[in-house]
Design a protein around this ligand. Structure first.
Ligand code: PMP
Length: 452
Protein backbone atom coordinates (compact mmCIF):
# COMPACT_ATOMS: atom_id res chain seq x y z
CA UNK A 1 0.00 0.00 0.00
CA UNK A 2 1.48 3.33 -1.04
CA UNK A 3 -1.06 5.97 -0.19
CA UNK A 4 -1.50 6.24 3.50
CA UNK A 5 -5.07 7.28 3.57
CA UNK A 6 -6.50 5.92 0.38
CA UNK A 7 -5.29 2.37 -0.05
CA UNK A 8 -3.51 0.83 -3.03
CA UNK A 9 -2.76 3.19 -5.88
CA UNK A 10 -0.75 3.52 -9.02
CA UNK A 11 2.34 5.02 -7.36
CA UNK A 12 4.58 2.32 -8.62
CA UNK A 13 2.71 1.51 -11.83
CA UNK A 14 2.99 -2.19 -11.14
CA UNK A 15 6.76 -2.35 -11.47
CA UNK A 16 8.44 -3.96 -8.46
CA UNK A 17 10.69 -1.63 -6.53
CA UNK A 18 14.31 -2.31 -7.21
CA UNK A 19 17.14 -1.12 -5.02
CA UNK A 20 20.51 -0.63 -6.68
CA UNK A 21 22.03 -3.72 -5.10
CA UNK A 22 19.49 -5.91 -6.86
CA UNK A 23 20.66 -4.77 -10.23
CA UNK A 24 23.55 -5.64 -12.40
CA UNK A 25 25.88 -3.58 -14.48
CA UNK A 26 23.66 -0.70 -15.49
CA UNK A 27 22.23 0.24 -12.11
CA UNK A 28 18.71 0.88 -11.00
CA UNK A 29 15.58 1.61 -12.91
CA UNK A 30 13.01 4.07 -11.65
CA UNK A 31 10.13 1.95 -10.48
CA UNK A 32 7.42 4.39 -11.48
CA UNK A 33 6.50 6.97 -14.03
CA UNK A 34 7.11 10.19 -12.12
CA UNK A 35 4.52 12.08 -14.09
CA UNK A 36 1.67 9.88 -12.84
CA UNK A 37 2.52 9.52 -9.18
CA UNK A 38 -0.46 10.30 -6.97
CA UNK A 39 0.56 10.60 -3.39
CA UNK A 40 -2.21 11.73 -1.11
CA UNK A 41 -1.85 15.06 0.63
CA UNK A 42 -1.10 14.51 4.27
CA UNK A 43 -2.14 17.79 5.83
CA UNK A 44 -3.75 21.15 5.39
CA UNK A 45 -0.41 22.51 4.22
CA UNK A 46 -1.45 24.61 1.22
CA UNK A 47 0.43 24.17 -2.05
CA UNK A 48 -2.08 25.83 -4.36
CA UNK A 49 0.38 28.01 -6.27
CA UNK A 50 2.82 25.12 -6.62
CA UNK A 51 0.10 22.92 -8.09
CA UNK A 52 -1.03 25.65 -10.49
CA UNK A 53 2.53 26.13 -11.72
CA UNK A 54 2.92 22.39 -12.10
CA UNK A 55 -0.19 22.25 -14.29
CA UNK A 56 1.33 24.94 -16.49
CA UNK A 57 4.68 23.15 -16.52
CA UNK A 58 3.14 19.90 -17.72
CA UNK A 59 1.95 21.62 -20.87
CA UNK A 60 5.34 22.98 -21.87
CA UNK A 61 7.90 20.74 -20.15
CA UNK A 62 7.83 16.97 -20.79
CA UNK A 63 6.79 15.35 -17.52
CA UNK A 64 6.30 18.76 -15.88
CA UNK A 65 9.59 18.37 -14.03
CA UNK A 66 12.51 16.15 -14.86
CA UNK A 67 15.57 14.56 -13.28
CA UNK A 68 15.83 14.30 -9.53
CA UNK A 69 13.58 17.32 -9.21
CA UNK A 70 10.74 15.16 -10.56
CA UNK A 71 7.97 15.46 -8.07
CA UNK A 72 7.25 11.74 -7.87
CA UNK A 73 10.48 11.35 -5.96
CA UNK A 74 9.27 13.64 -3.20
CA UNK A 75 6.00 13.38 -1.24
CA UNK A 76 3.20 14.77 -3.34
CA UNK A 77 0.80 16.89 -1.38
CA UNK A 78 3.44 17.83 1.18
CA UNK A 79 6.55 18.87 -0.69
CA UNK A 80 6.32 22.05 -2.70
CA UNK A 81 6.84 21.72 -6.42
CA UNK A 82 8.29 25.21 -6.80
CA UNK A 83 10.30 27.38 -4.42
CA UNK A 84 10.41 31.14 -4.44
CA UNK A 85 13.32 32.17 -2.26
CA UNK A 86 16.03 30.92 0.04
CA UNK A 87 18.31 32.34 2.69
CA UNK A 88 20.87 30.62 4.93
CA UNK A 89 19.36 27.17 5.50
CA UNK A 90 15.77 28.27 4.99
CA UNK A 91 13.49 27.98 1.99
CA UNK A 92 10.21 29.64 1.12
CA UNK A 93 7.88 28.06 -1.43
CA UNK A 94 5.56 29.80 -3.88
CA UNK A 95 2.69 29.49 -1.38
CA UNK A 96 4.63 31.20 1.41
CA UNK A 97 5.40 28.00 3.39
CA UNK A 98 8.82 27.96 5.03
CA UNK A 99 11.20 25.07 5.54
CA UNK A 100 14.48 24.37 7.28
CA UNK A 101 16.37 22.77 4.43
CA UNK A 102 18.44 19.59 4.63
CA UNK A 103 18.83 19.07 0.90
CA UNK A 104 20.92 22.16 0.09
CA UNK A 105 19.78 22.05 -3.56
CA UNK A 106 21.04 18.42 -3.66
CA UNK A 107 24.43 19.54 -2.39
CA UNK A 108 25.64 22.84 -3.87
CA UNK A 109 24.63 25.15 -1.03
CA UNK A 110 27.50 24.39 1.32
CA UNK A 111 27.87 27.78 3.04
CA UNK A 112 24.19 28.70 2.87
CA UNK A 113 21.81 30.32 0.40
CA UNK A 114 22.72 33.92 -0.31
CA UNK A 115 25.99 33.68 1.63
CA UNK A 116 27.21 37.26 1.97
CA UNK A 117 30.86 36.79 1.07
CA UNK A 118 30.10 34.53 -1.85
CA UNK A 119 27.46 36.88 -3.21
CA UNK A 120 29.75 39.87 -2.71
CA UNK A 121 32.57 38.18 -4.65
CA UNK A 122 30.13 37.11 -7.36
CA UNK A 123 28.69 40.64 -7.63
CA UNK A 124 32.13 42.23 -7.92
CA UNK A 125 33.11 39.78 -10.64
CA UNK A 126 29.78 40.28 -12.44
CA UNK A 127 30.32 44.03 -12.48
CA UNK A 128 33.75 43.53 -14.01
CA UNK A 129 32.88 40.77 -16.49
CA UNK A 130 31.53 37.25 -16.75
CA UNK A 131 31.55 35.30 -20.05
CA UNK A 132 34.17 36.65 -22.42
CA UNK A 133 36.44 35.65 -25.31
CA UNK A 134 39.15 34.39 -22.97
CA UNK A 135 39.05 33.74 -19.22
CA UNK A 136 39.40 36.28 -16.42
CA UNK A 137 42.26 36.02 -13.87
CA UNK A 138 39.88 34.21 -11.49
CA UNK A 139 40.45 30.99 -13.47
CA UNK A 140 44.15 30.98 -12.63
CA UNK A 141 43.51 32.04 -9.05
CA UNK A 142 41.04 29.21 -8.51
CA UNK A 143 43.33 26.62 -10.12
CA UNK A 144 46.15 27.82 -7.84
CA UNK A 145 43.89 27.70 -4.81
CA UNK A 146 42.67 24.17 -5.51
CA UNK A 147 46.16 22.89 -6.27
CA UNK A 148 47.39 24.49 -3.04
CA UNK A 149 44.75 22.86 -0.85
CA UNK A 150 44.66 19.39 -2.44
CA UNK A 151 47.26 16.72 -1.70
CA UNK A 152 48.65 15.25 -4.91
CA UNK A 153 47.02 17.77 -7.26
CA UNK A 154 49.30 19.63 -9.69
CA UNK A 155 46.73 21.14 -12.05
CA UNK A 156 43.02 21.88 -12.41
CA UNK A 157 40.57 22.19 -15.30
CA UNK A 158 37.03 23.53 -15.13
CA UNK A 159 33.63 22.68 -16.59
CA UNK A 160 30.02 23.22 -15.54
CA UNK A 161 28.43 19.97 -14.31
CA UNK A 162 29.53 16.82 -12.56
CA UNK A 163 28.80 14.72 -15.64
CA UNK A 164 31.16 16.92 -17.68
CA UNK A 165 34.13 16.02 -15.51
CA UNK A 166 33.28 12.35 -14.92
CA UNK A 167 33.25 11.82 -18.71
CA UNK A 168 36.20 14.12 -19.37
CA UNK A 169 38.32 12.33 -16.76
CA UNK A 170 37.82 9.02 -18.56
CA UNK A 171 39.03 10.63 -21.78
CA UNK A 172 42.14 11.88 -20.00
CA UNK A 173 42.78 8.43 -18.52
CA UNK A 174 42.32 6.78 -21.91
CA UNK A 175 44.60 9.28 -23.61
CA UNK A 176 47.26 8.74 -20.95
CA UNK A 177 47.18 4.94 -20.94
CA UNK A 178 46.23 4.16 -24.54
CA UNK A 179 43.63 1.74 -23.12
CA UNK A 180 39.86 1.82 -23.60
CA UNK A 181 38.30 -0.09 -20.71
CA UNK A 182 37.32 1.64 -17.50
CA UNK A 183 35.96 0.16 -14.27
CA UNK A 184 33.28 1.53 -11.98
CA UNK A 185 31.29 0.15 -9.07
CA UNK A 186 28.04 -1.38 -10.38
CA UNK A 187 25.08 0.91 -9.80
CA UNK A 188 27.10 3.98 -8.79
CA UNK A 189 25.83 7.33 -9.98
CA UNK A 190 28.43 9.18 -12.05
CA UNK A 191 26.04 11.40 -14.02
CA UNK A 192 23.83 11.26 -17.07
CA UNK A 193 26.14 10.56 -19.99
CA UNK A 194 25.66 7.41 -22.04
CA UNK A 195 28.47 5.36 -20.46
CA UNK A 196 26.95 5.64 -16.97
CA UNK A 197 23.32 6.79 -17.27
CA UNK A 198 21.31 4.76 -14.78
CA UNK A 199 18.48 4.28 -17.24
CA UNK A 200 19.19 2.66 -20.58
CA UNK A 201 16.55 4.47 -22.58
CA UNK A 202 18.01 6.71 -25.27
CA UNK A 203 21.57 5.46 -25.06
CA UNK A 204 22.94 2.66 -27.24
CA UNK A 205 24.49 -0.22 -25.31
CA UNK A 206 27.67 0.39 -27.29
CA UNK A 207 28.31 3.44 -25.10
CA UNK A 208 28.83 1.09 -22.18
CA UNK A 209 30.85 -1.48 -24.04
CA UNK A 210 34.17 -0.35 -22.56
CA UNK A 211 32.81 -0.08 -19.00
CA UNK A 212 33.32 -3.01 -16.64
CA UNK A 213 31.72 -3.22 -13.23
CA UNK A 214 32.93 -4.35 -9.87
CA UNK A 215 31.40 -4.53 -6.43
CA UNK A 216 31.83 -1.91 -3.71
CA UNK A 217 34.14 -3.06 -0.92
CA UNK A 218 35.10 -6.20 -2.88
CA UNK A 219 38.68 -6.00 -4.11
CA UNK A 220 38.50 -9.51 -5.61
CA UNK A 221 35.86 -8.27 -8.02
CA UNK A 222 38.15 -5.37 -8.96
CA UNK A 223 40.95 -7.87 -9.57
CA UNK A 224 38.71 -9.63 -12.07
CA UNK A 225 38.16 -6.31 -13.88
CA UNK A 226 41.88 -5.60 -13.93
CA UNK A 227 42.39 -8.89 -15.75
CA UNK A 228 40.17 -7.77 -18.64
CA UNK A 229 41.83 -8.02 -22.05
CA UNK A 230 43.75 -4.85 -22.81
CA UNK A 231 43.80 -3.80 -19.13
CA UNK A 232 42.07 -0.81 -17.57
CA UNK A 233 42.58 2.86 -18.34
CA UNK A 234 40.87 3.92 -15.12
CA UNK A 235 39.04 2.88 -12.00
CA UNK A 236 36.42 5.39 -10.87
CA UNK A 237 34.97 5.31 -7.36
CA UNK A 238 33.08 7.69 -5.11
CA UNK A 239 34.63 8.20 -1.65
CA UNK A 240 31.66 6.41 -0.10
CA UNK A 241 28.52 4.98 -1.65
CA UNK A 242 25.68 7.41 -1.57
CA UNK A 243 23.17 6.19 -4.13
CA UNK A 244 19.55 7.26 -3.96
CA UNK A 245 17.11 4.51 -2.81
CA UNK A 246 19.88 2.98 -0.65
CA UNK A 247 21.53 3.33 2.71
CA UNK A 248 24.93 4.94 2.28
CA UNK A 249 27.96 2.68 2.66
CA UNK A 250 31.36 3.75 3.89
CA UNK A 251 34.48 2.11 2.45
CA UNK A 252 35.51 -0.98 4.39
CA UNK A 253 38.94 -0.90 6.03
CA UNK A 254 41.55 -1.10 3.30
CA UNK A 255 39.12 -0.82 0.37
CA UNK A 256 40.10 2.61 -1.00
CA UNK A 257 43.75 1.85 -0.19
CA UNK A 258 43.37 -1.44 -2.09
CA UNK A 259 41.94 0.39 -5.12
CA UNK A 260 44.87 2.82 -4.92
CA UNK A 261 47.49 0.05 -4.74
CA UNK A 262 45.95 -1.89 -7.61
CA UNK A 263 45.71 1.18 -9.85
CA UNK A 264 49.37 2.00 -9.22
CA UNK A 265 50.42 -1.60 -9.82
CA UNK A 266 48.46 -2.01 -13.05
CA UNK A 267 49.05 1.47 -14.47
CA UNK A 268 45.35 2.41 -14.30
CA UNK A 269 44.32 5.94 -13.38
CA UNK A 270 42.53 6.14 -10.02
CA UNK A 271 39.66 8.62 -10.23
CA UNK A 272 37.69 9.77 -7.19
CA UNK A 273 34.30 11.15 -8.15
CA UNK A 274 33.86 13.62 -5.29
CA UNK A 275 31.09 15.50 -7.10
CA UNK A 276 28.55 14.82 -4.36
CA UNK A 277 30.62 14.65 -1.19
CA UNK A 278 33.36 17.17 -2.02
CA UNK A 279 34.11 19.90 0.57
CA UNK A 280 31.77 18.49 3.24
CA UNK A 281 34.10 15.82 4.62
CA UNK A 282 37.61 17.14 4.00
CA UNK A 283 38.90 20.23 2.20
CA UNK A 284 41.66 18.27 0.46
CA UNK A 285 39.26 15.78 -1.16
CA UNK A 286 36.97 13.36 0.68
CA UNK A 287 39.23 10.33 0.22
CA UNK A 288 41.84 12.06 2.42
CA UNK A 289 39.62 10.97 5.33
CA UNK A 290 40.79 7.46 4.50
CA UNK A 291 44.35 8.57 3.68
CA UNK A 292 43.99 7.95 -0.07
CA UNK A 293 45.15 10.31 -2.83
CA UNK A 294 43.75 9.66 -6.32
CA UNK A 295 45.32 10.54 -9.69
CA UNK A 296 42.25 12.52 -10.73
CA UNK A 297 39.81 14.17 -8.33
CA UNK A 298 36.44 15.46 -9.53
CA UNK A 299 34.38 18.18 -7.90
CA UNK A 300 31.19 20.00 -8.69
CA UNK A 301 28.15 20.47 -6.44
CA UNK A 302 29.58 22.37 -3.45
CA UNK A 303 32.52 23.99 -5.23
CA UNK A 304 30.90 27.37 -5.90
CA UNK A 305 27.95 27.44 -3.48
CA UNK A 306 25.30 27.20 -6.17
CA UNK A 307 27.09 28.75 -9.14
CA UNK A 308 27.60 26.35 -12.06
CA UNK A 309 31.09 24.94 -11.90
CA UNK A 310 32.92 21.63 -11.84
CA UNK A 311 36.60 20.83 -11.65
CA UNK A 312 39.01 18.05 -12.47
CA UNK A 313 42.25 18.06 -10.49
CA UNK A 314 45.13 15.85 -11.52
CA UNK A 315 48.67 14.67 -10.91
CA UNK A 316 51.61 15.84 -12.97
CA UNK A 317 51.96 12.59 -14.90
CA UNK A 318 48.52 13.20 -16.46
CA UNK A 319 49.23 16.81 -17.42
CA UNK A 320 50.08 16.16 -21.06
CA UNK A 321 47.10 13.82 -21.57
CA UNK A 322 44.89 16.51 -20.03
CA UNK A 323 46.32 19.01 -22.51
CA UNK A 324 45.83 16.72 -25.50
CA UNK A 325 42.17 15.79 -24.94
CA UNK A 326 39.94 18.35 -26.65
CA UNK A 327 37.30 19.71 -24.33
CA UNK A 328 35.45 22.97 -24.41
CA UNK A 329 32.05 24.50 -23.69
CA UNK A 330 30.08 27.62 -24.55
CA UNK A 331 30.23 28.95 -21.01
CA UNK A 332 33.73 27.77 -20.22
CA UNK A 333 35.10 31.24 -19.51
CA UNK A 334 32.30 32.28 -17.15
CA UNK A 335 34.10 34.16 -14.38
CA UNK A 336 31.33 34.66 -11.80
CA UNK A 337 31.26 30.99 -10.73
CA UNK A 338 35.07 31.02 -10.44
CA UNK A 339 34.95 34.06 -8.15
CA UNK A 340 32.11 32.46 -6.17
CA UNK A 341 34.20 29.30 -5.78
CA UNK A 342 37.18 31.25 -4.45
CA UNK A 343 34.95 32.90 -1.84
CA UNK A 344 33.25 29.59 -0.98
CA UNK A 345 36.58 27.88 -0.38
CA UNK A 346 37.79 30.82 1.75
CA UNK A 347 34.63 30.55 3.88
CA UNK A 348 35.00 26.81 4.27
CA UNK A 349 38.63 27.21 5.32
CA UNK A 350 37.93 30.07 7.72
CA UNK A 351 35.11 28.19 9.44
CA UNK A 352 36.64 24.71 9.19
CA UNK A 353 33.46 23.86 7.30
CA UNK A 354 33.72 20.07 7.50
CA UNK A 355 33.89 20.18 11.34
CA UNK A 356 30.92 22.54 11.57
CA UNK A 357 28.83 20.34 9.29
CA UNK A 358 29.90 17.16 11.07
CA UNK A 359 28.97 18.61 14.44
CA UNK A 360 25.52 19.83 13.35
CA UNK A 361 24.94 16.61 11.40
CA UNK A 362 25.77 14.54 14.47
CA UNK A 363 23.22 16.48 16.56
CA UNK A 364 20.59 15.96 13.88
CA UNK A 365 21.32 12.24 13.53
CA UNK A 366 21.45 11.50 17.23
CA UNK A 367 18.20 13.40 17.75
CA UNK A 368 16.50 11.44 14.98
CA UNK A 369 17.82 8.16 16.34
CA UNK A 370 16.40 8.87 19.80
CA UNK A 371 13.07 10.03 18.39
CA UNK A 372 12.73 6.95 16.20
CA UNK A 373 13.47 4.68 19.12
CA UNK A 374 11.01 6.49 21.39
CA UNK A 375 8.29 6.19 18.72
CA UNK A 376 9.07 2.51 18.17
CA UNK A 377 10.45 2.75 14.62
CA UNK A 378 13.56 0.95 13.47
CA UNK A 379 15.66 3.29 11.33
CA UNK A 380 19.05 3.14 9.69
CA UNK A 381 20.99 6.39 9.70
CA UNK A 382 23.88 6.03 7.31
CA UNK A 383 26.66 8.04 5.70
CA UNK A 384 28.93 10.66 7.25
CA UNK A 385 27.07 13.06 9.58
CA UNK A 386 27.53 15.99 7.14
CA UNK A 387 25.81 13.97 4.39
CA UNK A 388 23.41 11.77 6.32
CA UNK A 389 20.50 9.64 5.20
CA UNK A 390 17.76 7.89 7.14
CA UNK A 391 15.69 4.94 6.01
CA UNK A 392 13.13 2.86 7.88
CA UNK A 393 13.84 -0.80 8.43
CA UNK A 394 11.45 -3.17 6.56
CA UNK A 395 10.24 -0.32 4.37
CA UNK A 396 11.30 -1.70 1.02
CA UNK A 397 8.93 0.52 -0.98
CA UNK A 398 9.86 3.60 1.05
CA UNK A 399 6.26 4.14 2.21
CA UNK A 400 7.35 5.15 5.71
CA UNK A 401 10.17 7.29 4.35
CA UNK A 402 7.84 9.15 2.03
CA UNK A 403 5.20 9.60 4.69
CA UNK A 404 7.82 10.80 7.20
CA UNK A 405 9.36 13.25 4.71
CA UNK A 406 5.84 14.48 3.92
CA UNK A 407 5.06 15.06 7.59
CA UNK A 408 8.36 16.90 7.97
CA UNK A 409 7.54 19.12 5.00
CA UNK A 410 4.12 19.83 6.50
CA UNK A 411 5.85 20.91 9.69
CA UNK A 412 8.56 22.95 7.97
CA UNK A 413 11.56 20.66 7.46
CA UNK A 414 12.67 19.75 3.94
CA UNK A 415 14.24 16.29 3.75
CA UNK A 416 14.19 13.78 0.90
CA UNK A 417 12.67 10.34 1.35
CA UNK A 418 14.90 8.60 -1.21
CA UNK A 419 18.08 10.61 -1.51
CA UNK A 420 20.79 11.47 1.02
CA UNK A 421 20.60 14.81 2.80
CA UNK A 422 23.19 17.59 3.13
CA UNK A 423 24.22 19.89 5.95
CA UNK A 424 25.71 23.34 5.36
CA UNK A 425 27.71 25.72 7.52
CA UNK A 426 24.55 27.86 7.68
CA UNK A 427 22.84 25.27 9.92
CA UNK A 428 23.17 26.50 13.49
CA UNK A 429 22.52 24.58 16.71
CA UNK A 430 19.21 26.47 16.97
CA UNK A 431 18.21 25.40 13.45
CA UNK A 432 18.90 21.78 14.34
CA UNK A 433 16.95 22.10 17.57
CA UNK A 434 13.99 23.60 15.77
CA UNK A 435 14.16 20.97 13.05
CA UNK A 436 14.23 18.22 15.67
CA UNK A 437 11.08 19.52 17.31
CA UNK A 438 9.37 19.21 13.91
CA UNK A 439 10.75 15.72 13.25
CA UNK A 440 9.57 14.68 16.75
CA UNK A 441 6.01 15.63 15.77
CA UNK A 442 6.44 13.76 12.48
CA UNK A 443 7.44 10.59 14.34
CA UNK A 444 4.44 10.98 16.69
CA UNK A 445 2.04 11.32 13.75
CA UNK A 446 3.64 8.33 12.06
CA UNK A 447 3.19 6.30 15.25
CA UNK A 448 -0.46 7.41 15.54
CA UNK A 449 -1.11 6.33 11.95
CA UNK A 450 0.44 2.95 12.68
CA UNK A 451 -1.87 2.49 15.67
CA UNK A 452 -4.93 3.90 13.88
N1 PMP B 1 28.85 12.04 -9.74
C1 PMP B 1 28.21 12.02 -8.56
C2 PMP B 1 28.78 11.23 -7.44
C3 PMP B 1 27.03 12.73 -8.38
O1 PMP B 1 26.40 12.71 -7.21
C4 PMP B 1 26.53 13.49 -9.46
C5 PMP B 1 25.27 14.31 -9.31
N2 PMP B 1 24.35 13.85 -8.43
C6 PMP B 1 27.22 13.46 -10.67
C7 PMP B 1 28.38 12.75 -10.77
C8 PMP B 1 26.71 14.21 -11.86
O2 PMP B 1 26.72 15.56 -11.63
P1 PMP B 1 25.77 16.55 -12.50
O3 PMP B 1 24.38 16.26 -12.09
O4 PMP B 1 26.23 17.90 -12.08
O5 PMP B 1 26.05 16.26 -13.93
Amino acid sequence: MCCWRTGPCSCFTGVPWARPDHLGAVGWALPFDVSVVHFTAVSEHVLKNSEALYDRARRVIPGGLYGHQARGLLTRGSHPVFLESASGCRLKDVDGNEYIDFLCAYGPMVVGYGNESVEHAAALQREACDTMNVPAPAMVELAEKLVGMTPGADWALFAKNGSDVTTWSLAVARAATGRDNVAMVAGTYHGVHGWCNQLEKGFPGSERSAVVNFVWNDLDSLDRCLAVEGGLAAVMVTPFRHEAFSDSLLPADGFLEGVRERCSKHGAVMIIDDVRAGFRLHLGGSSQLWGVTPDLLLYSKALANGYPLSAMLGVDSLRSAAREVFYTGTFGTQAVPLAAALATLDCLEALDGPSVMREQGESLCSGLREQAQAAGFGVTISGPAAIPFMTFIDDSEFDLSRRFAGLCADGGVFIHPLHNWFLSTAHSAEDIEQALSITADAFSSLAQDREG
